[in-house]
Design a protein around this ligand. Structure first.
Ligand code: NAD
Length: 260
């Protein structure tokens, strides 16, 4: 379905971003994957994606906290592939603390990576998408873009902001072949969430499996984690012709979290 198209997926060296990159490559899209990691592991990953799906895959180690690195990443994609057709703004980080204890540096970094990076990427890719008359932008928000939890001020603020940004982009592109939507996962068992499970286990002296079950029971009625593959499936749908008129939407994949 996406043969000949190029997809930029930020934060694609782990977790959800990797699941999304695999799903888009399986549809034939060439990939510009961004994210951190050991060079050997990233080499193995790009080689595996390229071989398995017969697509062209390159990596950018740009830090999404810095606008000039984002601009260089988009320029790298344009130079290699001609243009970027699909963008998945996925890179994200978490830090938990009560508001009055929240380190200012962590606030700034979360807002930069989880929110401002999407603005900088979209700003850079939109002119070429408009010129080509087609584009797909998918922003990885969260259940925390729709509802809040204590101790997550920066993350919740950034994800709520990302949903607002998604709607503005959808309106500004409404009469074009470009769509912009958001996906809002609940708990997905990735390194980002494993760290929160490990912190709860250590803090409350619990076995990791008990901490995991408690995390799910607190928020996610299905009592099951969503998977990176399922998020990849939803992003693939948003890139399909069936989603041509899905614009400015937030699709929840949260086991019922925000239905409560
Ligand atoms: P993860 O920690 O497994 O992966 C994060 C990815 O982002 C990695 O590839 C990492 O290298 C990259 N990254 C981190 N900081 C970066 C930076 N400054 N510049 C470039 N790349 C950077 O996390 P995940 O759970 O897969 O989360 C991916 C996205 O999904 C995030 O935006 C997160 O907020 C969102 N999300 C996750 C969950 C969940 O339960 N895991 C739920 C809702 C939303």
């Amino acid at each position: 379905m996406l043969k000949g198209k190029t997809a930029l997926v930020t934060g694609a060296t782990s977790g959800i971003g990797l699941g999304v990159a695999r799903a888009l490559a399986a549809q034939g899209a060439n990939l510009l994957i961004n994210g951190f990691g050991e060079p050997a592991a990233i080499d193995a990953l790009t080689t595996d994606l390229a071989r398995r799906h017969g697509v062209d895959v390159v990596h950018s180690g740009a830090d999404m906290a810095w606008p000039e690195e984002i601009a260089a990443m988009v320029a790298q994609g344009a130079a290699r592939f001609g243009a970027i057709d699909i963008v998945v703004n996925n890179a994200g980080i978490q830090y938990t603390a009560a508001l009055e204890d929240f380190p200012v540096g962590q606030w700034d970094r979360i807002l930069a990576i989880n929110l401002s990076a999407a603005f900088h990427v979209m700003r850079a890719v939109l002119p070429a998408m408009r010129a080509r008359g087609w584009g797909r932008i998918v922003n990885l928000a969260s259940a925390h873009g729709l509802v809040a939890s204590a101790s997550k001020s920066a993350y919740v603020a950034a994800k709520h902001g990302l949903l607002g940004l998604t709607k503005v982009a959808a309106l500004e592109t409404a009469r074009t072949g470009i769509t912009c939507n958001a996906v809002c996962p609940g708990w997905v068992l990735t390194p980002l969430v494993q760290k929160q499970i490990d912190d709860v286990a250590a803090r409350d002296g619990l076995p990791v499996e008990t901490a995991k079950a408690r995390l799910l029971a607190e928020k996610q009625p299905s009592l099951e984690f969503a998977t990176p593959e399922q998020i990849g499936g939803v992003v693939t749908f948003l890139c399909s012709p069936a989603a041509d008129q899905v614009r400015g939407a937030s699709i929840s994949v949260d086991g019922g979290w925000t239905a409560q």
